[in-house]
Design a protein around this ligand. Structure first.
Ligand SMILES: [Zn+2]
Length: 233
């Protein structure tokens, strides 16, 4: 099954069929991730015949996924395939939601069927939190700083809109304690990237942006502020 796509303005549709087929599970936290193709997997992917002339590796770089005309490309479809074929997860994409470089929100069976996630195995986070991944490398490896990326403004807008939607839906209070990073539970992981986890002001502004969005304040203004902060790392 292919992943679904939804724009941040249409999030209410997530509650309609075919977007949701199972009763909501209670979630307590949002768990934020970044995702890109780790280098060590590229060889394995080529062995499995999933790549065309080494393009797999570059396919996951954020900037490759925003074409000049703003057309969005389907990076999370490849990640879904990777999770199925390489990780062997029959329910596919381990995150509930993925945010593409152009801000389009992607999701699959884990959301529609309200299944357990496969995004953070520590502390039962796969059961009690909504895993949301932004496409890009926001600081995964300190030795490869030159390759680090920044979330796009469109991604930040979608993150705030989706965060606000989910907090309302699951009755999660928009406070910093409820905005978790993968790294918080798995300190050996750099996810969602050093440029984010090492700057506490980002978590505060993410939380505030979600809270403001929930009470109807300007999404664009809050997103712009957060995006500026992220860009000035
Ligand atoms: Zn992660």
């Amino acid at each position: 099954m292919a992943l679904y796509s939804i724009h941040r303005d249409e999030l209410d549709k997530l509650l309609e069929s075919p977007y949701l087929r199972a009763k909501l599970r209670q979630m307590r936290y949002l768990c934020w991730h970044h995702t890109y193709q780790p280098r060590q997997n590229a060889f394995m992917m080529s062995l499995l015949g999933l790549t065309g002339s080494g393009s797999w590796l570059s396919a996951f770089r954020l900037n490759d996924y925003i074409s000049p005309d703003g057309q969005y490309k389907h990076a999370f479809d490849s990640i879904d395939t990777y999770h199925r074929l390489v990780r062997g997860w029959k329910n596919g994409l381990g995150y509930y939601f993925g945010i593409e470089g152009d801000g389009v929100i992607r999701f699959g069976k884990r959301w529609t069927n309200q299944l357990v996630g496969a995004h953070c195995k520590e502390d039962s986070m796969n059961v009690i939190s909504v895993g949301i991944a932004l496409l890009g490398d926001f600081g995964g490896d300190k030795k490869e700083k030159d390759k680090w990326e920044k979330p796009t403004l469109a991604q930040v807008k979608s993150a705030l809109a989706l965060g606000a939607f989910l907090c309302e839906l699951y009755n999660i209070k928009p406070i910093a304690d409820n905005m978790h990073y993968h790294h918080d539970h798995a300190p050996y992981k750099s996810c969602p990237g050093y440029t984010i986890i090492e700057r506490p002001e980002i978590r505060s502004l993410l939380t505030l942006g979600i809270k403001n969005t929930m009470v109807g304040r300007s999404l664009d203004k809050n997103a712009k502020k957060l995006h500026e902060l992220l860009s000035n790392a």
